[in-house]
Design a protein around this ligand. Sequence first.
Ligand code: GLC
Length: 564
Amino acid sequence: MFCYAGRMTHSLTAGQLKWWQSGIIYQIYPRSFQDSNNDGIGDLNGVTARLDYLASLGVTAIWFSPIFTSPMKDFGYDVADYKGIDPLFGTLDDFDTLVREAHARGLKVMLDFVPNHSSDEHPWFVEARSSRDNPRRDWYMWRDPAPDGGVPNNWKSFFGGSAWTYDDATGQYYLHQFVSGQPELNWANPDVRREMADTLRFWMQRGVDGFRVDVIWLLAKDPDYRDEPRNPDWRPGQPEHNSVQHIHTQDLPLTHAYIRELRAALDEFDDRMMVGEIYLPIDTLLTYAGTPDAPECHLPFNFHLILTPWNAADIRKLVDEYDAAVTRSGSWPNWVLGNHDQHRFATRVGREQYRAAQTLLLTLRGTPTVYYGDELGMEDGFIPADRVVDPAALGQPDVPGVGRDPERTPMQWSAEPHAGFTDAHVQPWLPVAENFTAVNVAAQDVDPASDLNYFRTLTRLRRDSAALTLGTYRSLETGAGQPIQTGPTALTGGSFENTQAGSGVFAFVREHEGERVLVLLNFGAQDVPLTLPELHGASLLLSSQDGAGADTLRGNEAQLWRLA
Ligand code: GLC
């Protein structure tokens, strides 16, 4: 029997799971996927032309980073019309065609919903800033200057500097936790909340199956606008946003009430879902799934694979803790290795560990989200100083590693100029990564041993195995591995140190109604003898390397076994 958010019972079968439980989500950064009109920027018709490729990957849903009307100060995360498509990406008709064609191939379509802030060019904000008594004034968050004329409090922008910008015309500051072109909507105002729920309905009526909700854990703010306490661990040179502890701007109790309202709008429609962007520790994170009586996010995004040091001991501890916590809470697990805010995982963990990491993502219990190009092993691109466009990098020139352009470079389709992303004579909005002549879809498609075909094999194995799709998770004692200790990272990039390839073997079993699959991941470069008693009578399903032996797990190797 199926219950809310995937509470499992022993009689559950793969057919009873929702698509967002049994499936795989694939994130497309539309500017970088495929340019169809030769302006150097990807667009919706470009995606439509690539739908057969997407279907060939064995993924279930495609999520688009924002495609709405926008001045693009944060590349679409600054929305000027929540119900319009930006002309750079196409038209509403193009969108309808894309949805129809995606559905015809069995692919679900998810949009990126950005309810915490709009663009400063949104008509609501234009009205709001026109005078203090404009009816829209209270749709945004305004404060008087401090007695000395300075900012109202010490709240920080994620992109550096204060979260407040002074508005000359009306003599007050407005709040923005990202660029000043992203004023924060006032979620305490019920009119704002009603409008946002209506926006969801608008897109669901057009056939949209789900939403990724941007910075959902930031929606509520301290009504008294109190200063945030200083973070004693912060050091100059680190992002200024981390210099305070965000107890008045993040994870406030009222946020849950707001999310429940959004969820109620979703539940007016069949089989829709939302996944919330949330960077929080596991226990707090899971509260964003809500409860059976008061549901919130179907999936609260779990970014902990990105945030945890890359070695067998730490990753095992993470997976054990998360799996147990999800089971306790009765919610459904999910995992992420990369997105448009984080350095490419092939770069973070290193080429040698790439397949082990991909195998982990696609064999863990829970819905995986895949970032475009990661199926090819795309790495961070090199961005010359004069091509940097990300506001996170431009706003924090002294903080290394915070720029997000490297992970947003064009999709590598072929060895043609600009990797087949756009016409040879056009400059793409970001440079193509240097390795495109070797790492591209055309080359990998015809090579049975490529990363692309390894990815397809993994998605097929996952789909065909009830144990991998919905089975239980249990880790095994391997006795191997010395963790490398390093610090955590956060939203909008971070250092590479925390994800250096470590060591050790991580082994776990997925099991459903007698079917048992063993996953072995060697996080180190050393070969390890295979002595696990579970392997008696087992058959090898897959190895990440050629000519796998029955008695050795080679350095960096991933193996899948069907147990007797
Ligand atoms: C989210 C997005 C990020 C964006 C920010 C502001 O974190 O993932 O790309 O810059 O919100 O909308």
